[in-house]
Write a protein that binds this ligand. Sequence first.
Ligand SMILES: Nc1nc2c(ncn2[C@@H]2O[C@H](COP(=O)(O)OP(=O)(O)OP(=O)(O)O)[C@@H](O)[C@H]2O)c(=O)[nH]1
Ligand SMILES: [Mg+2]
Ligand SMILES: [Zn+2]
Length: 343
Amino acid sequence: MGTTGTVLAQEANFYRVRLDDGLGMVLCTRRARLKKTGQSVLVGDRVEVTEIDSASGRGVIAATCARRSVLSKPPIANCTGVLVVFALSEPAYDPALLSRFLVHIEAEKLGAIVCLNKIDEVPPEAVEAVAVAVGGWGYTVRPVSARTGVGIEALRAELAGTYVLAGPSGVGKSSLLNYLHPGLALRVGDISARLGRGRHTTRHVELFALNAEALVADAPGFNQLELTLAPERLAGYFPEFRPYLGCCQFRNCLHRDEPGCAVREANLERYGIYREFLAEVLVNAQKQRRTAEPDEAIRLRGGLRRGKAVAVPRLEEQLRGTSRRTARQQLGRWDETAADEAD
Ligand SMILES: Nc1nc2c(ncn2[C@@H]2O[C@H](COP(=O)(O)OP(=O)(O)OP(=O)(O)O)[C@@H](O)[C@H]2O)c(=O)[nH]1
Ligand SMILES: [Mg+2]
Ligand SMILES: [Zn+2]
């Protein structure tokens, strides 16, 4: 009978697993049967470990437990939430960019903690103003400085579960994780990520244990995040809009210039950001429709030949399903490379 644990990292064909109940770390291979059935093992996965040899620190992953969630970028299973890091200076604080990250996280149905970093660089009133605003959007806010250490213990106390860091490049994600996990020495000011290569080299994912309860993964920063969502869902991804949804005169209100729009009339701080995002989301939906149309034509033509109809999902489903499908494809690819390495 084995024991359970959590996969913290994958290195070539080995998985580093932290066993439960303080039983330590073991380096595991995965049982051939798991490989055969195509069952992937992801960082963050809860696994059953057998054949533990405490002398050599080795073990074998015999089974993976059902996942509560799978994040695609970076590939992590059972993520509780995202630690969104934004700097108050260098790079300058940008509420629209922060909202863009938050909308993505809402769409993934993950929780978010907003870390306002580099508070040593700006006057306390400026920190307070941003903290109050972001708190008003419905998020937990932790002002910190990875340089002086202010606020780090309060942040640590907030964390319980598996988190991934997110935020633009240069805001101090790696610095923050170094502070939370002394001795880590992650590369700070790493320019490779800033040159954009980081986005494609997320294959190395690692969870760092801050204590018995909290695990955090670093991730390279990215400054561009395209919004491809079903337009009618966007407003629901702004938590402070939710009390007004369903109160508009029209049930399918997109909260633009429709008469009797409760969202517009509420004078919310992020209404302007919502309008900006909505315009983008509508353009992207239009683009998707255009690329979907040729398929529709094929389907109709194919349908006339016998039994050759191709199942084309309806546009709405396509829009909604996109992120999940790409996620699966990306994970599939990641798995293939992982499997290749293992062989
Ligand atoms: N003044 C000040 N500087 C900081 C703070 N935290 C980080 N920095 C500096 O900000 C720069 C970027 O820090 P990183 O930790 O590399 O930022 P990152 O978010 O990991 O960046 P990417 O990996 O490119 O996404 C470094 O020069 C850090 O020394 C802080 O709290 N205050
Ligand atoms: Mg970094
Ligand atoms: Zn409305």
